[in-house]
Ligand binder design. Structure first.
Ligand code: NAP
Length: 343
């Protein structure tokens, strides 16, 4: 029987919502058992040897036992995986293909990528772009995939580099730093908002930000309508920051709400909507369609500079995943952390 290492989230006490994660050695059977108990409509027809996963904000919550992300237990954590197809009944794939998968319920209600093996629905997989390794694809991960979906929404709204400056919040985090990079490469004038101006300004300017602002300028409740600054916003933090960013949008501008690192609250005024015709659009990477996944990855292939990506990526072994998770939650991680799974 095949055995492999995996970060498994279990219920930690009598409270149904309690969670704790530990690094275990599990049997391959565990992957099929959960599939048999109902996999939300997915057909796990493809076995993947996982080479790399990554630590996103959601993974950090799952690995430190914060309830809400992992919706069934026991469950292997990890919303991203990249690796090699071992076997499949999906006609799109062959053994040996290099693939990547972001979200789609993995690490939440389906076994995830912080493990040596995964069984997944082949229709959720995207081919690793030819110029990239599986490690590059994991470095991009859900953070970069979501950034690409956000930029796509902004452009579908009609925003171009000529429309004016764009703001990225939570800029030194995974999603934020990849959004800065994608937008700058596409020719936008990017302002990066961060709580770490003193230590991360150079990093953000290297990614292409033309201005770095302290997040304290946005983080406290402000006026309903403020000076019009941004053609568009990619927001990773929610709360008063998003409300202020919306209050600073130019007429007809758009904010892509991606995250809630500051707060899940959105206590704002309708004035920016009814007096400036602005839009707030939500980005949901988990439920993205195959077309959206493939389009986003084509964009990432075109616009992510791999040496820049390498420079913002740390690679650690599977055993270090929880320690990274704790640093993510305390705001101590910059860019992306890839987990080498040893699959
Ligand atoms: N919608 C989706 O499909 C989707 C997909 C991926 C992620 N997300 C969400 O997007 C957010 C970012 O994810 P990530 O993986 O990029 O996480 P991350 O790497 O931990 O980055 C989060 C960043 O948010 C900023 N931040 C943290 N606490 C803050 C606070 N109290 N006030 C203001 N800013 C704060 C920090 O940036 P600075 O140090 O630069 O200030 C931090 O680096 C999370 O909420 C995550 O759940 C959503």
């Amino acid at each position: 029987m095949q055995r492999f290492p995996a970060w498994v989230v279990r219920r930690s006490d009598d409270d149904a919502r309690s969670r704790s994660a530990s690094l275990e050695t599990v049997d391959a059977d565990v992957l099929d058992e959960l599939a048999a108990s109902g996999s939300g409509g997915d057909d796990p027809d493809t076995a993947v040897r996982v080479d790399y996963s990554s630590i996103n904000y959601k993974d950090a919550l799952a690995l430190t036992g914060v309830p809400g992300v992992v919706r069934r237990v026991p469950l292997i954590a990890g919303i991203d995986l990249t690796g090699v197809v071992l076997s499949t009944s999906d006609p799109r794939w062959c053994p040996g293909d290099l693939v990547t998968l972001n979200g789609a319920g993995h690490g939440e209600s389906l076994h995830g990528g912080l493990a040596g093996r995964a069984h997944v629905d082949g229709s959720r997989l995207v081919r690793v772009p030819a110029a990239m390794t599986t490690r590059h694809a994991a470095a991009i991960g859900t953070a970069g995939f979501t950034a690409a979906l956000a930029v796509r929404q902004i452009e579908h709204h009609g925003i171009t580099p000529a429309s004016g400056p764009v703001l990225v919040t939570g800029a030194a985090g995974g999603l934020g730093s990849l959004a800065v990079s994608l937008l700058a490469r596409a020719g936008y004038e990017v302002t990066a908002s961060t709580g770490r101006v003193a230590t991360q300004s150079g990093f953000l300017r290297d990614l292409g930000a033309s201005t770095v602002m302290d997040r304290s300028e946005l983080s406290a409740p402000g006026k309903a309508l403020q000076a019009q600054r941004w053609a568009a916003v990619v927001d990773a933090v929610g709360g008063p920051t998003l409300v202020n960013a919306v209050a600073q949008l130019r007429s007809g501008g758009i904010a892509a709400a991606c995250g809630n690192a500051q707060s899940a609250e959105f206590a704002g005024s309708v004035f920016p909507f009814i007096l400036r015709g602005v839009t707030v659009t939500g980005i949901n990477s988990v439920e993205a369609t195959r077309t959206e996944r493939e389009e986003a990855w084509r964009r990432l292939e075109r616009d992510i500079d791999l040496s820049t990506l390498d420079g913002m990526t740390s690679v650690v072994p599977l055993s270090a995943a929880r320690e990274v998770a704790e640093r993510v939650l305390s705001g101590g991680v910059r860019g992306r952390t890839v987990i080498e799974t040893g699959g």
